[in-house]
Structure formats: C-alpha cells, structure tokens
Design a protein around this ligand. Structure first.
Ligand SMILES: Nc1ncnc2c1ncn2[C@@H]1O[C@H](COP(=O)(O)OP(=O)(O)OP(=O)(O)O)[C@@H](O)[C@H]1O
Length: 699
C-alpha cells in the first residue's frame, strides 16, 4: 500500500524539478495522485484524416501533415503564431495565442507532424487553434495502434517541462510499470460480479491505456462506482457510528399540547404528506436513537406546521425545542407565524437574533437555562457558546442547504444526549445531490401541496410589454390582492442595486400613485428594524405593493399576495426564481408570476426562463438547474466533499450513484461493522484511506 504514497519525484522520469511543477500545476504529489489523474477525453486514433475532409463542426481529429512555414504576427492581445501545414489534399492553418516562444522554438520546417485538434473554419479557410502536435516517428506509428488515445489536461508550464498530454502519458506508463502488481482490490468480489465491473487493476490500466471503447466504458463505470460507493459508505458509516455513540431522547407520548393543537387550533386539514412525515418523525423520536431527518418539501408545501407540531411533541415530553433559520428576516417570520398559530400562554416562545436587545437576551438565556422557555427561534446565534438549554430535545434547522455534516454536529455538542435534528429544505435538491449531501440523514418528502391551490401561471414578458405587466398588477390589486416586485442583487455593486431599485420605484410610484396605492420597500441597506417595519406593513395588508431586492427570497408567507414580478429575471438562477415564485400561490386564489427580461437572452438564460414558464415542479426545476450549472454551483455542495469527485459526474451518473447507494445500504443493514469475511476488504480500505471518520469527529 505504502508505495502509493511515494512522493512523485521518485517516479522514473520525474525528478525534483518536474515534481515541483506537477505539484503546483495539477496537485499531483504522490504516485496515487498521478494514478488518479485521469484522461479527460480520448481521441479516436484509428485513422488520420485528410485536410480536404475537414468540414464545419468537426470532432477532434488527427492529421498527418508537413510543416511548410510559420510566423508570429499581430500586436499585443492579437499577437499569435500562425503555421502553415499541408498534406496531399490541401493546406491548413494552425494558430497559437499562448506560449508562442516555446512553440516557436520547437517547430521544424519541412518535418512531418502528427497534429490533433478540433478544426474550424476562419475566413473561409480550415484552421486549428492550439492543436497538439508531435514529430512523426516510428513510436507514434506504434502508438497509433492504440485506437483510443487518452488526452490528459496539461498547462503551458507543464508543457515547458515536456509534460504535455503525451509526456504525462509516458509518466503514467512508468507508474503503471512500477505499481501495477501492488494495486489491490477494494470492492468485494460479489459486487464486482453483480455489476460486471472490472478488477481494480484492469480498470486503472484501461482508463489510462484503453484497448477499445467497450472495455474503456467498463473501466470508467468501475472507477465511478468505486468512487461513489465509498462516499456513500462513509456517510452511512457516520450514521451508524452516531447511533452507536448517542442514545436519543425518547419522546414516548403524544401529549396534551400536540393533541390540543391538532384538534382545536390547526386552521386546516393536514395534507396526507404532512401526516406521513409527522408519523415518520414520531416513530423516529420514540426509538431511543437520535433522529437525523431531512424534510424536503417544495415551496409552500407546509413545512412550518410540521416543524411546529414536532416541537410540540418535544415539549409534551418535557423537552425544549429550537428552530434555526439562515437569516434574521426568516427567523422573525417563523417566530411570527408560529406565534400566530398558538394562543398566548400555550407555550413560552422567544426569538433570538443578532439584533436582540441586551436586556431581552439576558432574560431569554436565563429562561432557557432554567427551562421555562419552551421554544427558541433564531438565527445562527443559537449555536453560540452562551446559549445553554436546560433540556434541548429537538433542533429544527431551516437551512436551505447551508449546513454540511460537520456543521450540524456543532449542535450536538450542546447536550450530553444530542437533540433530535430535523433539517428542512425548501429548495428541492436533485435526488443525486440529496443522496450525497445528506446521505447520512433519513429523508422525508412532502410531495403534496395543500388542497385547493391553483398552479401559479408564469408569464415571460420583454421590456416592450411592460404595460401588460402593469395591467396584471392593477387587476389583482383591484381584487384586493397584493403584489411583489423583486430586483436582482448584484453583490459587487450595492450602489448600482439601489439605483436599479430606486429607478424602478420611481416608475412604479408614477403608475401606482398615492393615496390609492401604497408601496413597501425592502432592501439590503435598511437596518433590521426598518426592514421589519416595511415587511409588517405589507404582511398586515397596509401596502399593496412590496418592492424588494432578493431579501424576500425564502420563507416569507403572505397568502394574500397573488402576483410576483421578477425584474431582470435572466439574472437569477433557476432555484432562486422558483423560490421567489413560491412566495405567491400560497392561498386559494389564482396567482401569477411575471418574469421581466431584456430582449437578448443567453442560451442558458433562455432555458431558465422557458423552464419556469413550463413547470411549477420544484424537483423538475432542480434537475434542469443541476444540468445547467453542475453541482459545483449549487449551494451547500462546497462543504460536502462530493465536489472532490475525480471521475463520477452527478448529472450523468445518477444510475451508478443509485446502485452504489443501494449496495451500501444493503451492506450496512446486514453487516454494519463490516466483519463478514467478504466485507473485510471494505473495512481495510476504510481504515487505510482513512476517510476521516472517527467517533471524535462526529461528537
Ligand atoms: N395542510 C394545509 N392546508 C392548507 N394550508 C396549509 C396547509 N399546510 C400549510 N398551509 C399553509 O400554506 C402556506 C405555506 O406553508 P409554509 O409556510 O409552512 O410553507 P413552507 O413549506 O415552509 O414553504 P416555504 O419553504 O415556501 O416557506 C401557509 O400559509 C400555511 O398556513
């Protein structure tokens, strides 16, 4: 095993200088790092193309040509090296914009070259920019036998040390010579057989030196499976260790508060999905095992009431509960909506945020320690050291996936027996991401909207159709409804944001003048109490229009609002648009979402707006979002470690992820300690590669 940790300078063909560049440029420090430096594509080398075959939109090709001439032309930015190459059918231009000096030095007139690249047409002539090229030699003829030529990504700096794709491949060949016999299997053989995976040795060999495309696909599938399998194993192992280490508070009874609320106070019938999720929570919380559950529900699906009833359950069993929200506005909103559902002296409930006054804060903390405070709602202020509960039984985190495994663990530090944890997310997360990001949690889904909701109608309008937008606003306000108008927040320029907003307000105030119409304005530059004041005016129905930057994005609940207008909608991400739209359609009347955009949209911007018009389904939207942006840009993924994926791609490899997770679940069910003979191999891998999972880490 240790051989894989050998520093890369010891590999034949590397040495100290190249080692430095490999480390700096592509993070390759050890043999192992290089072994997992996979090609990012393969060139079909079964043939050489002729220049006169090259057409528009051609794939990567390999051609055999003679170099006739080259020269550096242009100034500054447009400075480039242009080379003229020919074969018996025609002439082609090769162009480089970077690394000119280096390339110029290596080119040899009248020699034969093998050139790879993606051809295009420029000014009517075939051209190839930044091609890879090597002198034609006996060796390249032989390597031509490899029908699929791997391409490794390289950098200008690496190339200066002859580590272009070919150079890296040479190192790979040396590496495999050295370590091949040491590569050990990591997956049990029954899994390899079941999924027709290659042995690990073959997979690693084939991914770097593929014999043909069929074997290559199997090699890729094998390594992807392995990668995703071990992430899942890690997550589910955390979960298992947690159950071993922590007893859970037992919520044995469904008591008076819960029942009274359900029978007398609940203003509507729970949906089937809400009931099911509550049942799951009740079942979990009476087992004596700490609950860690994710409740996923689309916007407006009624998560707050589920959270509240779970908290009542905790209180009925002699515990306290807390609810944590990512922003002050949201925490305040949760606090207000919970209070509004309960009579005054039903439970003791308080709000704690960064702007709670010193005196109030002191009283809250005292009540918390002696246990007279039942529910504490707040922001991240709740996990500060000074906040001490007498007996915290349940923590609800309304988190919009801002918390990863480790952050959640912070909450548990507060208690000998950690509280049950309920994570609520409104933005639907694509299934694959949810599995990876929250793989250690049990998942409940509220997949049903309250009865009587009409699907929101979404309309996309361009600037020259603004009058129609005013029309919608007037009509709805005349019916007694309220309207949101939202402007994007351009983080880099708070001033510009404000200007945008102010211009918008000016126009709106002209169209909707006082005293008939009243407008609330909320933006990031206001103090918390000013924001709160403006929000309250709108919530209470004293104003009909709420103009805001995206501060209202999540969680605001004004059922009477029926129009959501989003200005510069093309600037928003899909999940944000969906969240914003979710602020309307929360009552029983027909609601509208109007997406205002500029005329010229990018391709992606167009897809986003079309998707919004087409569907109201948050899960569908999140899948499109994942495809457009990739997992890296989706909030929360940073902390999860799933971005370190070397090969697997969460968008394309959903099936593999699914199967990997299923396999791990079966293993953890049957043999959680990984002691069976067939699973020892997994235990070994786990310990050797230490994935960072120890009891300390999760305590
Ligand atoms: N079963 C139900 N029947 C009717 N109305 C309901 C039901 N459950 C919740 N509601 C109402 O629907 C609205 C949305 O509920 P809630 O605020 O809990 O949604 P949410 O899931 O938190 O959504 P978001 O993430 O968008 O804030 C509220 O006005 C709430 O009172």
């Amino acid at each position: 095993m240790q051989i894989f940790n050998t520093p890369i300078e010891y590999l034949k063909g590397v040495g100290p200088q190249r080692a430095e560049v490999l480390k700096k440029e592509i993070g390759v420090f050890t043999y192992q790092d290089l072994l997992h430096y996979y090609p990012f594509r393969y060139i079909d080398k079964t043939r050489y193309y002729k220049i006169n075959e090259i057409g528009f939109d051609f794939p990567l090709v390999q051609i055999l040509v003679r170099l006739k001439s080259f020269e550096v032309i242009g100034e500054k930015q447009s400075k480039r090296l242009v080379a003229r190459v020919v074969d018996e059918t025609g002439e082609l231009e090769l162009v480089w914009f970077k690394g000119l000096k280096w390339i110029e030095k290596t080119l040899k007139i009248n020699h034969l070259y093998v050139v790879f690249g993606k051809p295009t047409f420029f000014n009517g002539k075939p051209q190839m920019a930044h091609p890879e090229m090597e002198l034609f030699s006996k060796e390249s003829k032989e390597r031509g036998n490899l029908s699929l030529q791997p391409v490794y990504s390289s950098t200008e700096k690496l190339k200066q040390f002859s580590l272009d794709s070919k150079g890296i491949q040479k190192l790979m060949s040396n590496l495999l010579d050295t370590v091949f016999s040491e590569i050990e299997e990591v997956l049990p053989s029954y899994i390899l057989e079941k999924y027709k995976l290659l042995s690990r040795r073959d997979a690693l060999l084939q991914i770097h030196f593929p014999t043909n495309s069929t074997v290559l696909s199997r090699a890729q599938a094998t390594l992807k499976f392995e990668e995703l399998f071990f992430i899942q194993l890690k997550l589910l192992k955390i979960k298992h260790l947690r159950t071993l280490k922590f007893k859970g508070n037992v919520f044995a009874t469904v008591g008076n508060k819960f029942n009274y609320f359900y029978e007398n106070l609940l203003p509507f019938q729970l949906t089937g999905a809400q009931k099911r999720v509550l049942k799951e929570i009740r079942f979990d919380s009476q087992k004596g095992i700490q609950m860690n559950r994710l409740v996923q529900g689309d916007v407006g699906s009624g998560k707050t009431v589920v959270a509240l009833m779970s908290m009542l359950l905790a209180i009925d069993n002699g515990f306290q509960a807390c609810m944590m929200a990512p922003t002050e506005i949201l925490a305040t909103q949760h606090y207000a909506s919970i209070k509004s559902m309960l009579p005054d002296d039903f439970v003791n409930i308080a709000l704690l945020t960064g702007s709670t006054k010193k005196k109030d804060r002191k009283k809250i903390l005292e009540d918390l320690v002696i246990g007279t405070l039942n529910i504490l709602v707040g922001t991240h202020a709740l996990i500060e050291e000074t906040v001490v509960f007498k007996h915290l039984g349940l923590a609800v985190i309304d988190e919009q996936h801002r918390f990863g495994v480790e952050q959640r663990a912070k909450l548990w530090k507060k208690n000998l027996i950690p509280p049950h944890v309920l994570v609520m997310t409104a933005t639907p997360i694509p299934r694959t991401l949810a599995m990876s990001l929250y793989g250690d949690l049990d998942v409940s889904v509220i997949n049903e909207l309250p009865a009587g909701r009409k699907p929101i109608q979404t309309i996309h309008l361009y600037e020259n159709q603004r009058l129609r937008m005013f029309g919608y606003m007037r009509r709805e306000i005349a019916k007694g409804r309220q309207v949101y108008v939202v402007y994007p927040l351009i983080q880099e320029s708070a001033k510009l944001d404000l200007k945008n907003l102010q211009d918008g307000i000016e126009v709106l105030s002209r169209e909707f003048p006082l005293p008939q119409y009243k407008i609330s304005i909320v933006h990031g530059q206001l103090k918390p109490d000013e924001k709160e004041f403006e929000m309250q005016r709108f919530i209470k129905g004293q104003t009909q229009i709420m103009v805001a930057t995206t501060v209202i994005e999540v969680g605001v609940n004004v059922p009477n609002a029926s129009v959501m207008i989003i200005e510069n909608a093309e600037r928003f991400g899909l999940s944000q648009l969906h969240q914003l739209r979710g602020r309307v359609g929360r009552g029983s009347e027909q609601s509208f979402c109007i997406l205002m955009s500029k005329d010229k949209l990018s391709k992606e911007g167009k897809v986003r707006l079309e998707t919004m018009v087409k569907t109201n389904d948050g899960f569908e939207i999140s899948e499109v979002d994942l495809q457009l942006r990739g997992p890296g840009d989706i909030e929360g993924t940073q902390q999860s470690g799933i971005l370190d994926l070397k090969l697997a791609d969460l968008t394309q490899d959903q099936n593999i992820l699914h199967e990997a997770r299923k396999t791990v679940l079966e293993i953890m069910e049957a043999d959680p300690e990984l002691q069976n003979a067939e699973h020892q191999i997994l235990g070994n891998f786990f310990h050797k590669h230490n994935t960072g999972i120890t009891l300390d880490k999760i305590s």
